[in-house]
Structure formats: C-alpha cells, structure tokens
Design a protein around this ligand. Structure first.
Ligand code: SAM
Length: 273
C-alpha cells in the first residue's frame, strides 16, 4: 500500500515530462536550462531558492564536502548547494516519483554527476555511521511524527563536528493550521513541532544548536506576493501545481492566513553534531 505522505506528493506520474512541457510552453530551450529556470517548481519550500542559499551560507560548506539532503523532493536544494559550493549532495526522499524526477532534472542542468537521489525514509536512513560531512533538511519534518528517530538518524550519519541545518514549518502559538496546506490536505499527515519541542528533539539527538533564525515575517510576505501574482496571472508555467494539482492556489491562500495569524512559523537551525 502506498504511504499516505508519498501519495500526497507523488500522485499523477510522468512528473519530469509535465515539467518539460511547462518549460517549453514558457519558451525555454531544454538544452540550455539553468537551475534558476527550475526554481519555481523544484525549490519546494517557503521563500524558495533564496532560503536555500541563506541556509547554505550558514553551513560552511567546502567543495570536497559530502552532504546529505533529507527529504530532497525534486532535488532543487541539492542542486543549488552543489552548484554554489561544488560539493557532492546525496538526496533521500520517501516519494519515489520525486526521486526519479530529481535525477532527470539534474541531468537537464548538467549536475547529474554531482548529485544523487534515492528513495528512503528519514527515520531509517540507508547510510553507514559518520558517512557525511554535513546534512540538511528543508520542510520535511512536518510530515513525520517520529521526529526523535529522524534527528537521531541525522546525527548518526553526520561525522562528529559536522553541521546539520534544519529549515522547517513549526506549530505557531495562535491555533490549529487551516487545511489544505502544501504538505497535507488534512491533519492526519501533518505533525508540526513547536519551537520548544524542536530544540528538545535536536538536543536529545545529540546536536548542539549554534544558531536559530525565525523567518515567519519574510515567509508571510513571500506567500502574500505569490497569491497576489497568482490572482492576477495564474500560477507560473512550472509550479508546485504540477504535483499538488488544482488546489494549490487554495493551499497558498491558507498559508497566508496560517502565517499571518501565527498558526505556523518558519524557523531554521544550524546545529553541530
Ligand atoms: C515540502 S517537500 C520539500 C522537498 C525539498 N526538501 C525542498 O525543499 O524542495 C517535503 C518532502 O519530504 C518528503 N518526506 C516526507 N516524509 C518523509 C520521510 N519520512 N522520509 C523522507 N522523505 C520524506 C516528501 O516526499 C517531500 O518530498
């Protein structure tokens, strides 16, 4: 039986083909694509590529680093890191359709040799102890109830002294999330931690937290701008609608309310193993 989280994200099939069709409609030459051309669909988190680059800057990456991206989605953040820092990034994701599309998109932009994707579960990583110099996870834990296991696994595979960067959606102080949202159409697959719980989970897994940044206000402005654009011109030619379907505009409108009301917060953590 398909996991309900993978079913939420991976419905539809033929994802890379549908993205290619959208890019052609937008007049893009598929033989001359850049990572920036894909950013409206493959950086599947609030504040997109800008947020990935900001997080990466705080990770102190070198070109010979081996980095793990836990919940790598379509591979946008992995490619952004590899392109910006020259490092090798391995991605793991529960949704098989995303892993397959991530490999195709990486070849399109000439990064197929520097990034690799495989299907797997963040709570049971298929890697040896101390395998990576650093790891990151962006907007993934909100689908995972067993956060203790997720962070313990991250700690196990990152070398002592390595950086673990987390950027996630957290439970805010102002009440329950309004659904649907991009990570869940209803509450059964949504598992948000509060900021206090996050710090406890990370510490219990053996990480020392070096830096915490709350970006809720910027996230609110980002979603407000996105919903205003979509109301005027519809979604961009390649967007999260490619896999979330026709209710993505409603999800985006709910996100404006969720962020505005502080039902959710976006927070990032730089930790050391
Ligand atoms: C909102 S997307 C973010 C994808 C990517 N990190 C990004 O920022 O573009 C959430 C991703 O988490 C993945 N995911 C959810 N639960 C997971 C689990 N238990 N193990 C691995 N991946 C998981 C989903 O398949 C999905 O690709």
């Amino acid at each position: 039986m398909t996991d309900p989280v993978a079913a939420h994200y991976g419905g539809g099939g033929g994802l890379a083909d549908r993205i290619a069709a959208g890019l052609r409609r937008a007049g893009k030459d598929l033989d001359a694509l850049t990572t920036a051309d894909l950013a409206t669909v493959d950086e599947f988190h609030i504040r997109g590529r800008k947020a990935t680059l900001e997080l990466a800057e705080r990770m102190r990456l070198s070109a010979d680093a081996r980095v793990l991206d836990i919940g790598s989605g379509l591979g946008g953040p992995a490619r952004t890191l590899s392109e910006a820092y020259g490092c090798h990034v391995s991605g793991i994701d529960l949704t098989q359709a995303f892993c397959e599309a991530a490999a195709v998109l990486s070849d399109w932009v000439g990064l197929g040799e520097r990034v690799a994707f495989r299907q797997g579960d963040a709570t049971d990583l298929p890697f040896a102890d101390d395998r990576f110099d650093a790891a990151m996870t962006i907007h993934v834990a909100m689908n995972i109830p067993a956060k203790d296991k997720m962070y313990a696994e991250a700690r196990r595979v990152v070398k002592p002294g390595g950086i673990f960067a987390v950027y996630d959606v957290l439970q805010g102080e102002a009440g329950d999330v309004l659904f649907p949202v991009p990570w869940a159409r209803e509450p059964s697959i949504s598992h948000l931690a509060t900021p206090e719980e996050m710090e406890s989970f990370l510490a219990a897994a053996g990480f020392e937290i070096l830096d915490v940044q709350d970006s809720t206000e910027e996230s609110q402005h980002w979603f407000e701008a996105m919903t205003a654009r979509m109301a005027e011109t519809g979604p961009p030619p390649v967007s999260f609608q490619a896999f979330l379907g026709g209710d993505f505009p409603e999800m985006a409108r709910n996100q404006v309310r969720n962020l505005n009301d502080r039902r959710i917060r976006t927070v990032s953590y730089i930790c050391v193993a």
